[in-house]
Design a protein around this ligand. Sequence first.
Ligand code: ADP
Ligand code: MG
Ligand code: MG
Length: 251
Amino acid sequence: MLTIKNLHASINGKEILRGIDLTVNAGEVHAIMGPNGSGKSTLSAVLTGNPLFTVTEGEVYFNGKNLLEMKPEDRSREGIFLSFQYPVEIPGVSMANFMRAAINAHRTYQGLEPISASDFLKMMREKKELVELDAKLTNRSVNEGFSGGEKKRNEIFQMAMLEPKLSILDETDSGLDIDALRIVAEGVNKLKRDDNACMVITHYQRLLDYIKPDIVHVLYKGKIVRTAGPELALELEERGYEWIKQQVDEE
Ligand code: ADP
Ligand code: MG
Ligand code: MG
């Protein structure tokens, strides 16, 4: 589904990603872990086409298409979804209008008619239930005045509505209490299918108690320095990142 080859990216002339190689297949959940400032959010920003970052080298293919040549909105329409580390508030735009516009933008791209009002309402109801989103929140402006937990849950709601092929969750767990964490993780688990994939970016192993990754990567100084199974996340939980930093710095 996703193939990243030797990806380098910089911001304001400062190189942040320094040669990322990563392959994600349909049906897989990958955890991207790593100390603060290692480039995790940068990787998600580059994959979704954030114009602040410049790709200086490398290739990215998504379902056979050259992702780096696509506009951010087309990457979304092709099925890439990013849940932000810090979801933005959009005052004056209701959740319902926002979601309907997003869904119709995807449908138009696929050559489909806009969704009918009744189908849309039915879908909203089903997905709200799925992620246990407070029904009242969808009558409000996007994220405006939402608590931290509500914003994160709302991200998973948007993911459920858009049914992406590849979901990238950037520190969706940060700032969540244990109940919100469980609900968010359960939402992600319910949305998992053989034909979609997920990249879970997290500093801590906590979220991975609920979302079982198939493969765990450690990003450090803009490179993937370790790749292993779920046991790597447990080891990081126990030992922290210092030992990996030391090993890599010595290498
Ligand atoms: P992580 O998500 O792993 O904590 P980031 O991708 O946010 O790491 O950051 C990686 C590096 O890029 C850090 O050194 C950070 O300071 C730098 N960086 C990120 N965004 C910007 C920006 N907008 N301007 C300058 N430096 C940035
Ligand atoms: Mg960070
Ligand atoms: Mg980050």
